[in-house]
Write a new protein. Sequence first.
Length: 115
Amino acid sequence: QVQLVESGGGLVQPGQSLRLSCAASGFSLSFYSVGWFRQAPGKEREWVSCGSNYVDDVKGRFSGSRDNAKNTAYLQMNSLQPEDTGVYYCVTCTVISGVWTADYWGQGTQVTVSS
């Protein structure tokens, strides 16, 4: 059974950092690019990243990494701001000719940035 499970979300103050984890099972994550979506309260889901591609809002603050031996990907989020609040979803993804596409999805983890 293909599964992505996120963890690492929580409540932090503005300016602090969090690292999200995305553990895969049922397939090898090494064959896929990993990305992240987020959904703020009352808003639609939006892309955060796919592989080494990042949306402008998070460039320079967020960075992805992976540990293929653990079949896990990570999203390091620094200098978090209240507008980064939302549910973060791990996805497998592709970017082809500027088109971003998500395939497998995790269940999401809540990130709240508040003082």
